[in-house]
Design a protein around this ligand. Structure first.
Ligand code: ASP
Length: 327
């Protein structure tokens, strides 16, 4: 489990105008899914492609945070960047449903006021995270699904794409195989969860979290995962932490993973690292729930636990950026 303590932590109580110019009292972490990601089965080109995509997404968020931008804008930008990359199971790279469509889920939450917005089972939306944010900011609701969410998207001119935009030869082959096996598969046939997400703490001390996914290959009957469910796949509260999850959604919903970590911090006084360890490495493992998450706390500490072989991840903390894939 990666844990990065924020050496600048005390800065959160120093007014921004008194901070040294070179300080970076902001933190950003992103993920592109967890699962059976082994160096032994990875080609150098593929590894390079994932690393560059993660780096670009991280940069799109840190650029905003550096200039005093909000955690909300940073997580939106980072997730949007990952949604536009076909390597990840979100937006453009979303997996196929049983009916050969792409049904996407996304959510976003801000820690200072516990505001949130989610969409579930939406089709044709170029950037579901933008629509989730619009639900939060421009509707009186917190979760819109399917056709209704798409009507809302049209009413506020959120960009749509034709089916061809989401078509990917690899995902198509993956779906054909899943149809043959009559199985519902998590992203790659070799158990990889390609959901994307971002969490951030900005220079104002506020937290935000965002998650976006195409869900599971060959999913049926309007199946919805944990990603758009506040408290399960996504959560943010300035008093505790911001979390974005990836993994077998059914387990993450039943274990209320993101909120459980926040509760352990709030009610039991656990540190971010202790709470993550308890939930991801113990409770989820005991239930057979494979996956991981990214987390940041109010002091800018970052934790990126996963109980699978690997997790595509990157973070910027203490003035440095890192990208990692394997254990
Ligand atoms: N958590 C997502 C879901 O169950 C899958 C993933 O993380 O890739 O929909």
């Amino acid at each position: 489990m990666d844990f990065i303590s924020n050496a600048e932590a005390t800065e959160c109580i120093i007014p921004i105008y008194l901070r040294p110019m070179n300080s970076t009292p902001f933190t950003l972490a992103i993920h592109g899914g967890a699962g059976t990601i082994l160096q032994s089965t990875m080609t150098a080109e593929k590894e390079q492609a994932y690393t560059s995509a993660l780096h670009a997404a991280l940069q799109s968020g840190t650029r905003l945070l550096e200039s005093g931008g909000t955690a909300l804008d940073a997580v939106t930008a980072a997730v949007e960047s990952l949604e536009n990359c076909p390597l990840f199971n979100a937006g453009k790279g979303s997996v196929f449903t049983h009916d050969g469509r792409h049904e996407m889920d996304a959510s976003i939450m801000t820690g200072h006021n516990l505001a949130s917005g989610s969409v579930a089972g939406v089709t044709g939306i170029r950037n579901p995270i933008r629509l989730a944010r619009a639900v939060m900011e421009q509707s009186e609701h917190v979760l819109l699904a399917g056709k209704g969410a798409e009507s809302f998207a049209r009413s506020i001119l959120v960009p749509f794409e034709e089916e061809a935009y989401f078509h990917d030869a690899f995902r198509h082959a993956q779906w054909q195989q899943a149809l043959l096996d009559d199985k519902v598969v998590l992203d790659h046939t070799e158990k990889k969860f390609g959901t994307v997400g971002a969490v951030a703490r900005d220079v104002h001390g506020h937290l935000a979290a965002a998650t976006s996914t195409g869900g599971m290959t060959n999913k049926k009957w309007g199946r919805i995962g944990d990603s758009p469910i506040v408290g399960a796949g996504t959560y943010a509260n300035d008093a505790t932490c911001a979390i974005s999850c990836t993994g077998h959604g059914e387990f993450f919903i039943q274990s209320v993973v993101a909120y459980d970590i926040s509760c352990l911090m709030e009610y039991k006084g656990l540190t971010l690292q202790e709470a993550c360890e308890e939930v991801v490495m113990k409770k989820l493992v005991e239930r057979g729930g494979e996956g991981g998450l990214i987390a940041v706390d109010g002091r800018g500490n970052v934790c990126l636990p996963f109980n699978s072989d690997g997790m595509y991840r990157a973070w910027h903390a203490g003035n440095q950026s890192h990208v990692a894939i394997y254990k």
